[in-house]
Design a protein around this ligand. Structure first.
Ligand SMILES: N[C@H](CCC[C@H](N)C(=O)O)C(=O)O
Length: 259
């Protein structure tokens, strides 16, 4: 069996993309894990199926590189919008269906703006912030983000109390200015550091605002693989709405895979 695939990346978070509008892709944990494997397959932090959808322009189905279907992927969402645009399915605006609901997006030449789901609850204590931006995120503030042992500390937090098997993504952030921060992320389901994590970048910006470390509602975020920006509105009830994640999302190569 063979399938055409496309490789996309957003700020270095990379994805195997499949045009599955005919819904013939053989979904299995083993197959997807192999396709995402950087030695035995194509390589990627995740795999995304673009499928037809009755209520929107298309549907995005996201799998982590461990082969298991996951929650929302912000960089993957921006990449699937670029993919749909390159396939000629959409013009410069779109609404598509993902696991956490309908997302709007705006396509520009060099960047994609993706509207993220509302955040209705932000838990914060002295040590960390926890919130769900379409995927669960544990956020810690550090002095020097380059020096953090993301693999070791991230893995421990990801599986430790209170997250356990279901787990969480783990973000380490350093405030770098009045409206800027740097981030490194340990991603659940990749089980390692990725060069960027879109829902993590979104969580970091909101966590910095919620804890009073930043006071602007448009924040520049420097991830290892590239720069992203997040803007949002905080309501009087403490909800975060009208959240937009912006950054590049690029086609890298296409091919045919036999398996
Ligand atoms: N690994 C994440 C999903 C992908 C998140 C990340 N790639 C993003 O851009 O949001 C999880 O299992 O919660």
């Amino acid at each position: 069996m063979s399938f055409n695939f496309y490789k996309y990346q957003g700020a270095g978070n990379d994805f195997v993309m499949i045009d599955d509008r005919n819904q013939t892709f053989p979904v299995s944990e083993e197959t997807i894990a192999k396709l995402c494997n950087r030695y035995f397959g194509i390589g990627g932090d995740g795999l995304i199926l673009l499928q037809n959808d009755a209520e929107s322009d298309f549907k995005m189905v996201y799998f982590n590189s461990d082969g298991r279907e996951s929650t929302m992927c912000g960089n993957g969402g921006r990449c699937v919008v670029r993919f749909a645009h390159n396939l000629g399915l959409i013009q410069n605006e779109t609404k598509f269906h993902a696991i956490d609901g309908i997302h709007e997006a705006i396509i520009e030449e060099d960047k994609i703006h993706l509207k993220m789901t509302d955040v209705l609850e932000v838990f914060a204590n002295m040590d960390f912030v926890f919130l769900n931006t379409g995927s669960p995120h544990h956020v810690e503030f550090v002095k020097n983000v380059e020096k953090v042992d993301v693999q070791k500390i991230g893995a421990r937090i990801r599986s430790g109390e209170p997250y356990f098997e279901e787990g969480t993504n783990v973000n380490f952030i350093e405030i770098t200015g009045n409206n800027s921060l740097s981030i490194r992320t340990y991603e659940r389901g990749v089980e390692g550091e990725t060069l960027a994590c879109g829902t993590g970048v979104t969580a970091a910006a909101i966590a910095a605002f919620e804890t009073g470390k930043l006071h602007e509602n448009e924040i520049q975020v420097k991830a290892v693989g590239g720069n992203l920006s997040v803007k949002f509105e905080r309501t009087l009830a403490g909800h975060y709405e009208n959240i937009w994640l912006t950054g590049s999302a690029e086609f890298v190569f296409k091919g045919e895979i036999y398996f």
